[in-house]
Design a protein. Structure first.
Length: 364
């Protein structure tokens, strides 16, 4: 009798809507793609995610040549595609076309200005992207230096400076000069990028050149619309308050200790080991997004921030998945800020046609 009474009460709660919150929390979908045990035909798509500190933020004791052991290890993995945390030229072109919606300061911060290369080549961003694709579709095994210079110019016009640098690095030093739509100003841009303390230029482009690749894939997305923030100052204070917690302090102390050793041999690899350790993602969550979700402002500032973060990561992974679909069996190296790595791997792990590869053995 008691069991029947409870069942009747539950049915009444469901009918009235009173029990919807509890039922919603208990629901789990029966279909879990990541748990399936079937095997796609052919070679798997493999993705190696390298979480990286932003090299531009490291102290002056970090010098570009310190990245060479890391570059050599990553190139030895023989990637066939490399994804980087940069906005694509096409996305930036779209953001510029929607200038009332996007802050010009954000476009200046996150987007390369292709105007000089556009004048040199006579191509706008969409046309340059289309031309780069046509050139690569018919790319010879041993391209002449003029072809590398021409494609570098086209990639700059396409808003893809990382890929342009790959073409520049593929050239012998004696062939790195103006010509084939590369004027002196564009050459100066490329030469400056060679020594920049930036993970795209210093790591990804060099790995691509060593691995015999012709381009990078820009997969970042800063086009998420959070909606109007009625009080941006209050939003900033709420997020900073959420970040003020013991996990953040511990994370900062560990980072400071690793950075203090950067002048020592092997210190950069030690920094990368810490950024890719399996414990890092959970520590970052306890420091950042977990406290933000619990942030109590009536406007839900913390939850809006986490929505932006998760949307951005979902779009980045979707861009990577699109690249993997171009050539099944791709070995993709994904280089991204260390805070993204946990989200990258969690989302990629849901996909049946993606096999994740542990980066830690390469960093020893």
């Amino acid at each position: 009798m008691r069991t029947g009474w409870i069942g009747t009460l539950c049915l009444a709660l469901v009918a009235s809507g009173a029990g919807q919150g509890v039922l919603a929390q208990d629901y789990r979908p029966s279909f879990q793609p990541g748990a399936m045990t079937d095997h796609p035909a052919g070679q798997p798509n493999e993705v190696l995610v390298l979480g990286t500190p932003h090299l531009s933020n490291l102290p002056d004791s970090f010098q570009p040549n310190m990245a060479e052991p890391l570059v050599e290890r990553l190139a030895a993995w023989k990637p066939t595609a490399i994804a980087v945390e940069q906005l694509s030229g096409l996305l930036c072109h779209s953001m510029r076309a929607q200038s009332p919606r996007f802050d010009p300061a954000d476009i200046e911060t996150y987007c390369y200005d292709p105007s000089e290369a556009g004048r040199a080549t006579g191509l706008d961003v969409p046309s340059a992207n289309a031309q780069a694709a046509r050139m690569l579709a018919d790319w010879p095994a041993d391209p002449a230096p003029a072809m590398h210079r021409k494609l570098a110019a086209v990639f700059l016009a396409a808003g893809e400076p990382g890929s342009a640098l790959v073409q520049w690095l593929r050239l012998p030093e004696g062939e790195r000069h103006a010509g084939d739509d590369l004027n002196d100003d564009l050459v100066a841009q490329l030469e400056k990028r060679i020594g920049r303390k930036n993970e795209t230029d210093l790591v990804a482009a060099r790995v691509a050149a060593l691995a015999g690749l012709e381009r990078l894939w820009s997969v970042d997305d800063q086009a998420t619309d959070m909606g109007p923030l009625d009080d941006e100052e209050a939003y900033g204070k709420a997020i900073m308050a959420a970040w003020d917690n013991p996990a953040t302090k511990a994370r900062q102390e560990e980072s400071d200790a690793l950075n203090a050793r950067l002048g020592e041999p092997g210190a950069l690899l030690a920094l990368y080991r810490a950024s890719n350790d399996p414990s890092y993602a959970a520590q970052a969550y306890r420091s950042d997004w977990g406290p933000a979700l619990a942030e109590p402002s009536p406007q839900g500032y913390g939850r809006r921030y986490v929505a932006y973060w998760e949307t951005r990561n979902l779009r980045m992974v979707a861009n990577m998945r699109e690249v993997l679909g171009r050539r099944p069996g791709t070995r993709m190296l994904a280089i991204v800020g260390a805070s993204h790595k946990g989200y990258y791997e969690a989302y990629l792990g849901l996909m049946r046609d993606v096999k994740l590869v542990d980066v830690m053995p390469l960093l020893r």
